[in-house]
Design a binder for this molecule. Structure first.
Ligand SMILES: [Zn+2]
Length: 524
């Protein structure tokens, strides 16, 4: 058996590994590279093999850096099935079309800029028949309204002026088509995924539906086993069961473990601190009559927040102010959470389900659908909580809530997720916490939102325990608790320094670990 590592190798995104035997070719994950467009654009467009050679695919979980290139693969002729948990399949039903929509809008915007800059270099009269028209008038035609572009007109000018247009990586139609290949299966139920290959999924504790993938293949009469960790979650988190510690046969031999290392060299704040810290932040803000704004990822973080707020409200520890989930994707994903109680942990069953309650739905929780309702909410002055995307404040409705709430010292901006470099979320986090640390002395820092400047007077509070990834101790705990006899570990899915540090730690702990290079093949 050969295993080739094509993505999330010495970096975090683009997860993709290929298992080949004489009989079967099984792809593990088909993720998108994320980050700056310049560096990821080309990497995403080219698949490293012809997808028609694949027997089937197994998907560890629905995050776009694991699933985001599936529509590209199905469009290029992949004819197999995509095996994953049912919750993952349902989440992909919203995430892949959403990703396609982003691809389409991105391409549309780039093409718009291309046409505009071409028009700017022209003189009236240079544009053929419509030369009489004022250039300004044509520029106005490129837009449908204040916020929407007119793709048809833009593409027309791209063709007419022979400009270099950009195609979206894939379209919503491609995404809808891809969803037909999905095959949702339960945890711990072996399925045949190749002529001589089976697959079993186990709980990974990372995100709803996330799985550790165990592949058995018969190679010339000998059994070969590959275990793919997917992303490993934290222990003791709300909603999800902990990462699996029982595998079908104890002491089972694993020839190769493909292991993530996102936090291979880091430690997290303890999970137990999450609830009291959230309680404190909410109470302090409500005492002042303020509102709490929470930029949050639609998938996972939003539902965890709802869960903990629901608990705090039920126990009377926090006054029951309205909670608005203002993100259409988060609303849809919350539905998926509600539809999969079979994957909840025991605590969720005891706290909510056995009391006849849905953890994500309570009287104060409201899901904002229309843009109009969202606009009305921005002006709401009474204390409340808004959970809105995007998680790093780069786009979406959170920007408008920030515009209306950031200047008021009564309000709190609660940071519960990772904020990448060069994002608005990162700037708010760094400037806000520094201003807080200085005792709020002097002028408040200024942040730019949608090209306008605002004083950052709202309090900025950061709560760390929410990460969906285990830290190095939790990943090591997963390996030790598994009871698996692991012959070799390939460390993937981490920035290079994190992967190298984690491999070193594994070798010190008695494992044999390597960090492959992209395109490298290991033979088992
Ligand atoms: Zn993930």
């Amino acid at each position: 058996m050969h295993v080739t590592f094509y993505g999330a190798v010495r970096e975090v995104t683009g997860s993709m590994h290929l298992l080949c035997t004489d009989n079967d070719r099984i792809l593990l994950d088909c993720g998108m590279f994320q980050g700056r467009r310049k560096t990821t654009g080309e990497k995403n467009r080219v698949l490293p093999f012809d997808p028609r050679i694949l027997t089937n695919m197994v998907l560890s979980h629905a995050h776009i850096d694991h699933s985001g290139r599936i529509p590209l693969m199905t469009r290029a002729g992949f004819a197999g099935r995509i095996y994953c948990t049912r919750a993952t399949a349902d989440a992909c039903g919203y995430l892949l079309p959403d990703s396609a929509h982003i691809q389409e809008s991105d391409a549309e915007y780039l093409n718009y800029k291309t046409v505009r800059s071409a028009l700017s270099q022209m003189r009236p009269g240079e544009i053929g028949k419509s030369g009489k028209r004022d250039l300004q008038e044509i520029k106005a035609l490129l837009k449908k309204n204040k916020h929407g572009l007119n793709a048809e007109v833009i593409n027309g000018y791209i063709k007419r002026f022979h400009l270099e247009g950009v195609e979206p990586l894939y379209t919503i139609e491609d995404a809808e088509q891809a969803l037909k290949s999905f095959e949702g299966i339960p945890y711990r139920d072996p399925v045949t995924v190749g002529e001589k290959t089976t697959c079993t999924l186990y709980e990974a504790g990372h995100i709803l539906g996330s799985a550790v993938v165990m592949i058995h293949s018969n190679v010339n009469g000998q059994r070969r086993t590959v275990c793919f960790s997917g992303d490993i979650g934290r222990y003791g988190k709300p909603i999800l069961r902990d990462p699996a510690s029982h595998f079908e046969a104890d002491g089972q031999v694993v020839d190769l473990m493909i292991m993530e290392s996102t936090y291979g060299n880091r430690d997290h704040e303890p999970v137990v601190d999450l609830r009291p810290r959230l309680k404190k932040a909410l109470n302090e803000t409500f005492d002042q009559g303020g509102t709490v704004l929470i930029p949050s990822f639609a998938y996972g973080r939003t539902q965890e927040l709802l869960y903990v707020i629901h608990e705090l409200y039920d126990s009377g520890e926090v006054p029951r102010m309205p909670v608005y989930v203002d993100s259409p994707l988060a609303t849809n994903i919350t539905k998926v959470f509600g539809e999969h109680p079979e994957v909840y942990d025991r605590e969720t069953h005891e706290t909510f389900l056995q009391q006849g309650k849905n953890p994500f739905s309570f009287r104060q929780a409201q899901f904002v659908e229309s843009v109009e309702a969202s606009m009305a909410l921005m002006r709401e002055e009474k204390p409340h909580i808004v959970i809105s995307a995007s998680g790093m404040c780069e786009a979406g409705r959170i920007l408008h809530h920030l515009r209306y709430k950031i200047h008021n010292p009564k309000n709190t901006i609660l940071i519960v997720g990772y904020m990448a470099n060069h994002t608005l979320g990162r700037r708010i986090m760094e400037m806000g916490t520094a201003y807080e640390a200085s005792g709020r002395s002097g002028e408040p820092p200024i942040v730019k939102i949608l090209n306008k400047e605002y004083p950052l007077k709202a309090r900025v509070v950061k709560i760390g325990g929410f990460s969906a990834h285990g830290d190095r101790h939790e990943m090591l705990r997963f390996l030790k608790a598994s009871g698996l006899k692991i012959k070799r570990i390939a460390v993937v899915h981490g920035e290079e320094d994190q992967s190298l540090a984690f491999a070193q730690q594994l070798n010190q702990a008695g494992y044999t670990a390597v960090v492959p290079h992209v395109g490298e093949t290991l033979t088992l």
